[in-house]
Design a protein around this ligand. Structure first.
Ligand SMILES: [Ca+2]
Length: 93
């Protein structure tokens, strides 16, 4: 669950774009739903108190909870993104 992560978190997977580092975002414990945005180097929303910075992850995998979720994948985010939105009425933009 991402709710409860209150600090400023920055994740770095090294300095190479030639490998395949996978960032797994697991929010399956969230039954209330949420709204989030994945952009170039930042993930916001989904209960996070602050944006999470990430760099050099070539793939991002979301597993969301049973509530109604809205996830926006904006331009420039990771090359490969997979979303399992879980139950609820979900929107992926
Ligand atoms: Ca959901």
């Amino acid at each position: 669950m991402l709710t409860g992560i209150n600090g400023v978190l920055t994740l770095s997977a090294g300095t190479s774009d030639l490998d395949v580092d996978v960032l797994t975002v697991d929010d399956t414990g969230n039954t209330f739903g949420g709204t989030g945005t994945l952009a170039l180097n930042t993930l916001t929303g989904l209960g996070l108190a602050n944006p999470v910075g990430y760099s050099f992850f070539e793939e991002v995998r979301f597993t969301l909870g049973s509530g109604d979720d809205t996830l926006t994948l904006s331009g420039g985010s990771a090359a490969y993104t997979t979303v399992n939105a879980g139950g609820g009425t979900n929107v992926v933009n």
